[in-house]
Design a protein around this ligand. Structure first.
Ligand SMILES: *Cc1c(COP(=O)(O)O)cnc(C)c1O
Length: 455
C-alpha cells in the first residue's frame, strides 16, 4: 500500500539543512593529503592560504569534523533557489514501462543553471568575510564562472574568470551572462599570464583546457593583492558545500519513507556526485545502510574507469598541490570533438578513496548515447538537461530497463545537475548526425600516465 508520492517533493524552508556534512569524518581510510610539489610533504594551511581563502583552507584540510554550520548569510541566499525539488519521474517510468521507481534531484533551477551555485555562494561569502577585494577562477563550459559571478555580485566582490578558449568562442551567451553579473572574462590560454604565454608558445592555436585555465587563474590570484583563487569542483571544500544536495535528497526520501537502492551521479571533478552521495555513503561507512552508488563519466575522459590512482597535479601548469586521485595525467586533454562536458583529467580525492575502497562503482558512456538519453528525457520529462547531467540520465534509464527485464521494483535516484540551454551547439551536432564517439586508446592513456610525477 504505497502512498502516492507527489510529482515533486519540496521540503519546507525550515527543513533545509542547517549544516553541511563532511563525509571524511566517517571514513576509516581518509583521502590522502595534498602534497607540496617541491617538498613532497603534506601542504600546510599556511601554504594554501597564499592561494585560497583561510576559512576554506580549514574546511579543505578537516578530515574529522562531521558537520559545518551553514552561515545565515549563505542560508538566506540558498532560499532564493532552494530547497531544490526531488522529482518522481512518473512520465519516464511510464514511458519505459519499468517497475523501477525513478527520482531525480533537480539542481538546474537557478540562472547559472547548475548545482555549482551551492559552492560559489559559500566561497564568495568566505572571501568577503576575509575582507578580500576579489577572486579569480577558471571556467570550462561556463557553468562555474556563471555561478561564481552571481555569487560575487551578491557580495560585491570582483570576479575574474579565465574561460577555456573553445568554450569562450562557442558559448558567447554564457560569457555575456557572466558579464551581466559584473565578471570580467578572459579566453584561456591568454597572453595575460606567464603560464598562458608559455602554453601558447608550446601549443599555438590550442583551444585550451581546464587545467590550463586553472594555472592562469592561480597565477593572477597569487600576484594580485587582495585576491584569492577559487575552484568550482575537485576540492574537498566544494564537496562539503555540495552535500546540501544529498542532505536535501535524503530528507525528502525519509519524509515519504522511501529507501533508495541505486544512486547515480555524473562525475567530472566529483563535486555533485560527492555531494549527492555524502549522507548515503556516510550511512554505508557507519554500517547503517547499503546502497549501490554509480559514478558515470564520459568514455572520452575516463578517469575512474581507466585512470590510475596516484598523486598528480590538479592543473596543467603544475602550480597547484599534488592530489592523490584517479587521474589520466595532468597533460591529458580530451578529444576536441567531445561535447559532453566532464573534461577534467582527475577526480576528487574523497570520491577516489571511496571508489578505491569499493563503496561505489563507476562506468563510462559514449557521448552519442548520452545525447540520445538527453533528448529522450527532454521529450518525456520536459526538462532540457545539461550534457553532463545526461550521463547520469543514461545510466538511470539503463538501470530502469534492467529492472523491466528482471521485474525488480528498485528505487533509482539520480542527480540532474543542470539545464542545457547553453549547450545547443552540442545538441545541434547530435541532431545533424555529426557527433562521433572518441575513446582514447590504451596507448594514448599510457603515454599520458607515463608523465605522472614520481612520488
Ligand atoms: C560542472 C558540472 C558538472 C560536473 O562537475 P562535478 O564537479 O563533477 O559535479 C556536472 N553537471 C553540471 C550541470 C555541471 O555544470
Amino acid at each position: 500500500m504505497e502512498n502516492k508520492i507527489p510529482y515533486k517533493i519540496y521540503l519546507e524552508e525550515h527543513e533545509m539543512p542547517k549544516a553541511w556534512y563532511n563525509v571524511r569524518a566517517d571514513m576509516k581510510n581518509k583521502p590522502a593529503p595534498l602534497l607540496n610539489p617541491d617538498t613532497l610533504q603534506p601542504v600546510t594551511a599556511q601554504e594554501l592560504e597564499a592561494v585560497f581563502c583561510s576559512e576554506l583552507v580549514q574546511q579543505e584540510l578537516d578530515d574529522s569534523t562531521a558537520f559545518f554550520e551553514i552561515p545565515e548569510e549563505i542560508r538566506s541566499f540558498y532560499k532564493m533557489y532552494r530547497p531544490a525539488p526531488l522529482v518522481r519521474a512518473y512520465c519516464l517510468e511510464e514511458k519505459l514501462q519499468t517497475p523501477a521507481k525513478i527520482y531525480y534531484k533537480f539542481e538546474g533551477n537557478n540562472t547559472s543553471g547548475s548545482h555549482k551555485l551551492n559552492s560559489a555562494i559559500a566561497q564568495a561569502y568566505y572571501a568577503k568575510k576575509q575582507g578580500l577585494r576579489g577572486v579569480t577562477t577558471e571556467t570550462g563550459a561556463g557553468q562555474w564562472g556563471t555561478a561564481l559571478s552571481m555569487a560575487c555580485s551578491y557580495f560585491g566582490l570582483d570576479c575574474r574568470v579565465f574561460m577555456v578558449k573553445v568554450s569562450y568562442e562557442q558559448k558567447p551567451f554564457r560569457r555575456e551572462v557572466m558579464r551581466t553579473y559584473g565578471a570580467s572574462v578572459t579566453p584561456s590560454p591568454s597572453t595575460e599570464t606567464e603560464v598562458g604565454r608559455r602554453i601558447l608558445a608550446e601549443h599555438p592555436g590550442t583551444g585550451g583546457s581546464l587545467g590550463c585555465a586553472i594555472s592562469e587563474a592561480v597565477e593572477v590570484a597569487v600576484n594580485t593583492p587582495g585576491y584569492r583563487y577559487v575552484l568550482g569542483s575537485v576540492l574537498n571544500q566544494v564537496l562539503l558545500h555540495q552535500s546540501v544536495i544529498g542532505l536535501e535528497t535524503k530528507a525528502a526520501l525519509d519524509k515519504y519513507g522511501v529507501k533508495a537502492d541505486i544512486i547515480i551521479g555524473c562525475a567530472g571533478g566529483g563535486s555533485n556526485l560527492g555531494g549527492l552521495i555524502a549522507p548515503f555513503a556516510g550511512q554505508m561507512l557507519r554500517g547503517e545502510a547499503d546502497y549501490r552508488i554509480i559514478a558515470v563519466e564520459p568514455a572520452s575522459c575516463p578517469s575512474l574507469t581507466r585512470g590510475r590512482y596516484a598523486y598528480d597535479f590538479c592543473d596543467t601548469g603544475k602550480m597547484c598541490p599534488l592530489a592523490k586521485m584517479y587521474t589520466l595525467g595532468s597533460g591529458f586533454i580530451p578529444s576536441a570533438n567531445h561535447a559532453g562536458g566532464l573534461r577534467y583529467h582527475g577526480m576528487n580525492s574523497v570520491v577516489s578513496q571511496l571508489y578505491a575502497d569499493g563503496l561505489m562503482e563507476a562506468t563510462s558512456v559514449e557521448q552519442t548515447k548520452v545525447f540520445e538519453a538527453a533528448e529522450y528525457f527532454a521529450r518525456v520529462e520536459g526538462i532540457l538537461p545539461a550534457p553532463e547531467s545526461s550521463h547520469a540520465i543514461r545510466v538511470a534509464i539503463d538501470e530502469a530497463i534492467k529492472c523491466k527485464e528482471t521485474g525488480e521494483e528498485k528505487t533509482i535516484v539520480f542527480g540532474l545537475t543542470g539545464t542545457g540551454y547553453f549547450d545547443m551547439y552540442a545538441y545541434e551536432k547530435f541532431h545533424n548526425g555529426q557527433m562521433t564517439d572518441f575513446i582514447p586508446t590504451d596507448k594514448e592513456l599510457e603515454a599520458s600516465l607515463e608523465k605522472l610525477p614520481k612520488v
